[in-house]
Ligand binder design. Structure first.
Ligand SMILES: [Zn+2]
Length: 116
């Protein structure tokens, strides 16, 4: 798959409100951030798939600002890849969460994780 094809497939899934990810057809490694080849084996035989968005909290941290506190961290999805996202409530490592993608236009988006 060419990089433009991957971005295009990603955008279609994001526009439909789902979380996309990439799976290597050679070694089955999965990853989220767009790359033109598999970071594990280097293969360019990739496919873009739609995640169900269900995963577990892998790590988290609280960010304190003058007038605001937010919780930020990493979720490991059931499909095996990890994403950085904002949590909508207090969480503990191992909690079950649903990750939703919020398109901001121009290929930009933010990821929000809701405790299940
Ligand atoms: Zn691979």
């Amino acid at each position: 798959m060419r990089l433009e094809e991957i971005y295009s497939a990603y955008d279609k899934i994001v526009q439909s409100g789902y979380l996309p990810y990439i799976r290597c057809k050679k070694c089955t490694h999965t990853f989220f951030y767009v790359r033109h080849c598999c970071p594990k084996c280097g293969s360019r035989d990739l496919e873009v798939l739609r995640s169900e968005g269900i995963g577990k909290v892998f790590s988290w941290t609280k960010i304190f600002r003058k007038n605001d506190t937010s919780i930020y961290g990493i979720v490991e999805l059931e499909e095996g890849f990890k994403v950085y996202c904002n949590f909508t409530s207090d969480v503990e490592i191992g909690d079950n969460v649903r990750v939703k993608i919020d398109s901001l236009g121009d290929g930009k988006y933010k990821l929000l994780a809701y405790k299940l």
